[in-house]
Design a protein around this ligand. Structure first.
Ligand SMILES: [Zn+2]
Length: 112
């Protein structure tokens, strides 16, 4: 078990103890553990937010990616992973451009 020194009297006490057994001085958890929790916690929270955000955006986004994956796998599956990845990237950019064009078109029609 981890031990720590009481800041008040220097007595060795368990890190789990809430107060020093010698002088009764209340103990705080080591700040190192708190910093570690922050370092680990923030990316984990960020990742969770991304997952939730993805769930809110909805299934259309997912099915588009699946469609791209499938068609690239069919066309370039026998040429190796790099060719499939390249195809995926190209189709993703195309899909983004298409979505952007549709958005502009709608904005132009709706503006009148
Ligand atoms: Zn003490």
């Amino acid at each position: 078990m981890a031990m720590q020194k009481c800041v008040e009297c220097g007595h060795e006490i368990s890190a789990q103890a809430k107060a020093c057994v010698n002088c009764g001085h209340p103990l705080k958890r080591s700040s190192g553990a708190r910093i570690l929790m922050l370092i680990v916690g923030i990316p984990v929270a960020g990742f969770a937010a991304l997952v939730i955000f993805g769930a809110i955006i909805g299934p259309s986004e997912v099915s588009l990616r699946e469609r791209i994956d499938r068609s690239c796998q069919e066309q370039f599956g026998d040429r190796g992973e790099a060719a499939v990845t390249e195809c995926r990237l190209r189709l993703s950019v195309e899909a983004l451009g298409q979505a952007e064009r549709e958005r502009l078109e709608r904005a132009r029609n709706g503006g009148r």
